[in-house]
Design a protein. Structure first.
Length: 101
């Protein structure tokens, strides 16, 4: 997917959420649809911002990420252990980059 369609989808979803928030079609509105538009629109906007960096991700990571999300959905308490591991990986990678310079 190219960057421009991702940005357009994000804008359309966020505008749709704003329309549902300002002018609900029925009394009470559609809170689930509005919430989905806000959330997916925000994720698409973040994806649009991060698009250039996504090309630099290793190929194996695309297979591991869905498995990680499924694992965290099944065992949410494991997220506590994941945070220090991700911080350690980030620190070690930044040191490695600093050594290259």
């Amino acid at each position: 997917m190219r960057r421009h369609p991702i940005g357009i989808i994000a804008v359309v979803l966020l505008c749709g959420a704003a329309v549902l928030w300002l002018w609900p079609p029925v009394e009470g509105g559609y809170p689930a649809l509005e919430a989905a538009f806000w959330r997916v629109g925000a994720v698409m906007a973040l994806l649009w911002l991060a698009y250039p960096d996504l090309h630099r991700l290793p190929a194996w990571l695309w297979g591991v990420l869905p498995l990680l999300f499924i694992l965290l959905a099944l065992r949410p308490r494991w997220f506590i252990y994941l945070i220090p591991v991700l911080l350690a990986i980030g620190i070690l990678r930044s040191w490695k980059r600093a050594e290259r310079r």
